[in-house]
Design a protein around this ligand. Structure first.
Ligand code: ACO
Length: 334
């Protein structure tokens, strides 16, 4: 190993937080909006309900609430944050970044801020990006947030997609702490040739915001569900195995597997392939798929419900539009 790599600092999670909007929409509520039923949704997805943000809340509002909880959990003030990344596919607006709005809301005046776009994998990509900047000494403290107001970008007349998503935000504070391992080596990949299987085709420079585009409903998320399902299971399983190998570990070393909360069947299939069903974290029943927010919300919930003790290893794995995917192993040090 080179001297440069040896000198990298281990990076730890020092605080976590989550924010879920108050309004709960159950499967029964959805029965009144589209031709669906609780049995179909629950048996296909494991979802019972999801949270939906108020009309006056934007993604940065959800993100700021989660960030405040994470900073309090870390015991630091907002002006100690050097780097603030928001992973989202539902930004407040095209520009400026949602991260800049969050900076202003929480008073992180010493941070430099940007959004990161990797759809449902965004928080994991943000974790990797922030870890590397802290590890090499470019910054000391990073706040990464996964936040989504998916309800704005969902076609509430399309039963294929509207039942699957929810709103929420999760936040993680990272710092070099002298831990033995901290956030370990990651495994990441993307395949842009499959972008059209999960995307929002309208509203950007390819297909600008016009009356005709809106009449075609192209401002909403579109998905080939079965294709997404197959790729999600395959890539998340591969990423988990790859990250274990890269770090010289095996599945038995991991206390908790925290996958992107896309769908209980996807998570179950990955658990079976890795033979770790008893250690797969699942909360999709309560929040549905909150895209980039799902992973940090899950980490916060796992930690605060006592499922992680200091020294435990958790394996994070995600998959999303792009396609994008990845995995990382984190030593819990709190
Ligand atoms: N209620 C009732 N019926 C529905 C609904 C609904 N909400 N949605 C679709 N259907 C119907 C379809 O119209 C279709 O009817 P048809 O056969 O008459 O044409 C039928 O149900 C489709 O049924 P299946 O093919 O059996 O559905 P499947 O088992 O593939 O489940 C699902 C669909 C849940 C979307 C699945 O493919 C899936 O989980 N895909 C992954 C999607 C995902 O997780 N996306 C999230 C983004 S990516 C990520 O986060 C990983």
């Amino acid at each position: 190993m080179s001297k440069a790599i040896n000198s990298l600092r281990a990076v730890s999670i020092i605080g976590t937080g989550a924010y879920l909007p108050e309004k709960t929409v159950t499967n029964r509520d959805l029965e009144k909006i589209v031709d669906t039923n609780d049995e179909w949704i629950y048996s296909r997805t494991g979802m019972r309900e999801r949270r939906i943000a108020r009309d006056d809340q934007a993604t940065s509002d959800l993100a700021a609430e989660a960030a405040k909880v994470a900073l309090a959990d870390a015991g630091i003030s907002a002006d100690e944050v050097d780097l603030l990344i928001v992973a989202t596919l539902s930004p407040d607006m095209f520009f400026p970044s949602t991260a800049c709005f969050v900076q202003d809301k929480i008073g992180a005046k010493n941070a430099y801020c940007y959004d990161l776009g990797a759809a449902c994998s965004g928080s994991l990509y943000a974790l990797e990006t922030a870890k590397n900047q802290i590890a090499c000494g470019a910054v000391n403290t990073a706040l990464i947030i996964g936040a989504e107001k998916m309800s704005t970008f969902i076609d509430w007349k399309d039963r294929n997609t509207c039942v699957l998503f929810g709103d929420g935000a999760g936040a993680i504070v990272l710092r070099a702490t002298g831990a033995k391992r901290g956030v370990m080596k990651g495994s990441f990949g993307s395949d842009g040739s499959l972008a059209n299987l999960l995307w929002t085709p309208g509203g950007g420079s390819r297909n600008p915001m016009t009356h005709e585009m809106i009449d075609r409903n192209e401002q909403y998320l579109k998905m080939e569900g079965r294709e997404v399902y197959k790729h999600a299971v395959t890539q998340m399983t591969k990423s988990a195995l790859d990250v274990l190998e890269k770090n010289g570990l095996c599945a038995a070393d991991i206390k908790l597997f925290i996958p992107h909360q896309a769908n209980a069947r996807i998570i179950d299939a990955i658990g079976k392939r890795l033979d770790v069903q008893d250690r797969m974290f699942l909360n999709v029943e309560k929040y549905a798929n909150t895209s980039a927010a799902a992973l940090p919300i899950a980490i916060d919930e796992a930690a605060k419900s006592g499922q992680l003790a200091s020294g435990d290893l958790m394996l994070l794995v995600a998959f999303g539009g792009g396609f994008t995917w990845g995995a990382n192993i984190v030593e819990w040090t709190k």
